[in-house]
Design a protein around this ligand. Structure first.
Ligand SMILES: C[S@@+](CC[C@H](N)C(=O)[O-])C[C@H]1O[C@@H](n2cnc3c(N)ncnc32)[C@H](O)[C@@H]1O
Length: 423
């Protein structure tokens, strides 16, 4: 049924577009001609996507399938109708760990959620988000079957748009059933109602998720909402959380006439960001440690000479916050002569650099840990007593700072020489 919420989504997405147009400095792909925006809203990419995937939920559509090598062990408990209506292009579930809380954006019939449920185990949790009722129906029907087969229930499916993860579309529907829209005033009040729901009953709360995954969905979000999409992924992640996203990217900018083709839009082509633009979007949303985990050498499709292929990327949240001086240092091990991190710390190989406590702790974890040596000061400075650290430039840390200016110790050769093997 085309719900009241759908009509409102249209309205909100349009007003959102108007707001966004006023801040048009941010663009993922250079738009040389402003008519592009008009064309996109005429076609209404989101409606094309919803209709195509509503059909794809009822019967498998071969054209939307991209071959993926899933771990067969996890597929054994998943009903056939879920597996055959698989429209993913990668497998982010491979990078999950036990006990994690996982959010799957554009969960479709639920395959990645059902695999994730087994990886995170009974103490983990999985939430699938999708905007298409028919997809949610298949996923929700099969959730109890999977739960019975694995022996626990840790998956739920919620209705929402992934670029607006605060708005619960089923709650909005219920509110509007009770207070229907009858005139222009009540139509406009619905905007306030939606905002109220976002604040009081968010679909996905801020800082609540360990890992956001997604499989072949981000490209389907309209250009005008893409910035908000990456900001939403960032918002819902806990500090220290990460995004693991598989999606289709292009090797060249997608020209306007391809962007305006609704069939190519819903087919995961037109909305693809370039490979570089995809990773840049995470960086601009505030993520760090962004890397390509998997990149298909062969394109999935080539259209007018432009290659569209699947990549899986990882990006971390948690570099924001105050910088404190605790006299810690790090040494980049190589193999490159120098590296530059997402906070603009430039470090040459084998040089001992002063870092703030926050950077030190980030480097101690994935994805940086293996690239650094860590040098703790001889005398610990408790965090509560630490002074602010100026992170605006990279400075060397003299060993005397690590050990203390009065350090004059002389020692005998260490006991490794007792056996005569190392001297
Ligand atoms: C290409 S399919 C991928 C489905 C699933 N991830 C898989 O691996 O099979 C895209 C899915 O994302 C949903 N979708 C697309 N755009 C969306 C949006 N803006 N918000 C929520 N769901 C969306 C569609 O309804 C569809 O179920």
């Amino acid at each position: 049924m085309p719900s009241v919420a759908h009509a409102l989504e249209e309205f909100f997405s349009r007003t959102d577009g108007i707001r966004r147009a006023r801040h048009a400095s941010y663009q993922f792909q250079p738009i040389t001609n402003r008519s592009h925006v008009t064309n996109m809203s005429t076609i209404n990419a989101e409606t094309a996507v919803r209709e195509r995937y509503a059909a794809g939920a009822k019967a498998a559509e071969a054209k939307l399938c991209c071959p993926v090598d899933y771990n067969q062990e996890y597929l054994k408990v998943i009903p056939q109708e879920v597996i055959e209506r698989d429209y993913g292009c990668g497998d982010p579930s491979r990078y999950l760990r036990e006990n994690e809380t996982v959010l799957d954006l554009g969960s479709g019939t639920g395959k990645i959620c059902f695999i994730a449920a087994q990886v995170v185990g009974p103490n983990g949790k999985v939430i699938g988000i999708d905007m298409t009722d028919e997809m949610l129906n298949v996923a929700r029907t099969n959730a109890p079957i999977v739960a019975e087969r694995i022996g626990y229930s840790n998956v739920e499916f919620r209705k929402g748009r992934i670029q607006d993860l605060a708005l619960d579309l089923e709650k909005l529907d219920a509110e509007l059933q009770a207070r229907p829209i009858t005139d222009a005033a009540s139509f406009l009040r619905a905007d306030e109602l939606a905002q109220d729901l976002r604040v009081k009953h968010p679909l996905v709360a801020t800082d609540s998720v360990d890992v956001v995954v997604s499989n072949c969905v981000l490209n389907l979000v309209e250009p005008k909402s893409k910035k908000q999409l990456f900001e939403e992924i960032f918002r819902v992640l806990k500090k220290g959380g990460r995004a693991v996203i598989a999606d289709i990217v292009s090797d060249e900018e997608v020209p306007e006439h391809l962007q305006n083709d609704p069939e190519l839009w819903s087919g995961c082509i037109s909305g693809a960001l370039t490979e570089e633009g995809f990773l840049q979007a995470f960086s601009e949303a505030g993520f760090y440690g962004i890397q390509i985990l998997k990149r298909d050498e062969q394109p999935w499709q080539t259209v007018e000479g432009i290659e569209f292929r699947s990549v899986t990327i990882e990006a971390f949240k948690g570099k924001q916050g105050p910088c404190f001086e605790r006299n810690q240092a790090v040494i980049y091990r190589g193999p490159f002569r120098e590296v530059l991190d997402d906070d603009n710390h430039r470090m040459e190989r084998a040089v001992r650099y002063a870092v703030c406590d926050k950077t030190y702790n980030l480097y101690c974890k994935a994805p940086y840990r293996e690239f650094f040596e860590f040098v703790e000061p001889l005398t610990d400075i408790p965090l509560g007593e630490a002074k602010p650290f100026d992170c605006s430039h990279t400075a060397r840390r003299h060993p005397k700072e690590t050990k203390g200016q009065d350090y004059k110790v002389t020692t005998e050769a260490s006991s490794c020489c007792d056996g005569g093997s190392c001297c």
